[in-house]
Design a protein around this ligand. Structure first.
Ligand code: ADE
Ligand code: ZN
Length: 335
């Protein structure tokens, strides 16, 4: 009998909620700072890691945006992305749908083209050399205006063929999905899928807005949906996937104790949930560590793990043919 830990490590899975800027490990951050002759506030990797002590989403975002400042050239975005793909593949992630935040970079004078070209080259190499498939989702920063989001969408349209869709991230409270209804409508018209962070720190009402106004295909986080029974029922009936990120929730104090994480309640309510890492370099674990912590603290069974892995492929944006191929690989792991 394999242990649940070994089962988690070996089972094929997809990741649907990971910010490429959130995969920047301190070691690479220091390397890129040196390469780009950028002076950091921190003297060592250890000192930087010590600063990764967050009390809410905003306290994390401040450090995360600061860290992203070392990303300057196409090679930097390439190295960052390839490192993520290598790590993901080592955890038996067969497919990853990656968020990127272009406004974090264009606001510093880095060209959109530099960002997307570096990432895309790594994704191509990841497919060829590591046999990991991937997709890209452009996130608008919700603390900025809808006008700025439109500007970013227009910059992105020449690269539309490289994108699965658009998303919405950054500071949630006070920046409801409704603020971005027009830019999301244009993205949908352009044939892009939509997703949005909602119900991480914001209320269930934001999840409802994301469904009704932004026509999302997945909700990122969605924890606070549990406060609205009618919404819960609708999410379950419509089979709208939630990309849940347990270690992120703990680090950002969305939950105070992993034993109280709402994942089990979500599963019991029949929600279509998946497990993801969000910003693994900042939150102390990649996908497998996220699976492991919920398995341990919520007493999940191999059957639960299998369902979560199956959900990850079913909720992905790959073609039906690719989906079937992934699900076939998964079959052999049925407990
Ligand atoms: N950007 C990166 N990680 C995020 C998170 N967990 N919530 C909102 N925006 C983010
Ligand atoms: Zn996120």
């Amino acid at each position: 009998m394999t242990t649940i830990d070994d089962y988690i490590k070996s089972i094929p899975k997809a990741e649907l909620h990971v910010h490429i800027e959130g995969t920047l490990e301190p070691e690479l951050l220091f390397k890129l700072a040196a390469r780009n002759k950028i002076r950091l506030k921190y003297n060592s990797v250890e000192e930087l890691r010590k600063a990764y002590n967050f009390h809410n989403l905003q306290s994390f975002l401040n450090i995360y945006y600061e860290g992203a400042g070392v990303l300057q050239t196409e090679a930097d975005f390439y190295d960052l992305t390839l490192a993520h793909l290598e790590k993901a593949r080592s955890q038996n992630v067969l497919h990853t749908e990656i968020f990127f935040d272009p406004q974090t970079h264009t606001s510093r004078g880095i060209a959109f083209e530099t960002v997307i070209t570096g990432i895309k080259k790594a994704l191509d190499d990841g497919k060829q050399k590591l046999d990991i498939s991937s997709g890209l989702i452009l996130c608008f920063l919700r603390h900025l205006s809808e006008e700025e989001a439109f500007k970013t969408l227009h910059e992105a349209l020449p690269y539309k063929h490289l994108l699965l869709g658009v998303g919405l991230d950054s500071s949630e409270k006070g920046h409801p999905p409704s603020k971005f209804r027009n830019v999301f409508a244009e993205a949908l018209k352009e044939g892009l899928l939509t997703v949005a962070h909602a119900g991480e720190e914001g209320p269930a009402e934001y999840v409802r807005e994301a469904v009704d106004l932004l026509k999302i295909s997945r909700i990122d986080h969605g924890n606070n949906s549990l406060n609205d029974n009618a919404l819960l029922q609708e999410l379950a009936e419509k089979r709208i996937p939630l990309t849940v990120c347990p270690l992120s929730n703990l680090k950002l104090k969305v939950v105070t104790d992993m034993r109280n994480h709402p994942l089990k309640k979500m599963l019991d309510a029949g929600l279509f949930v998946t497990i993801n890492s969000d910003d693994p370099a900042y939150f102390g674990g990649y996908v497998n560590e996220n699976f492991q912590t919920v398995a341990e603290n919520l007493n999940l069974t191999k059957k639960d793990i299998y369902l979560l892995a199956k959900n990850s492929f079913e909720a992905s944006f790959v073609s039906q043919t690719e989906k079937h191929a992934f699900l076939e690989k998964l079959e052999g792991f049925k407990p």
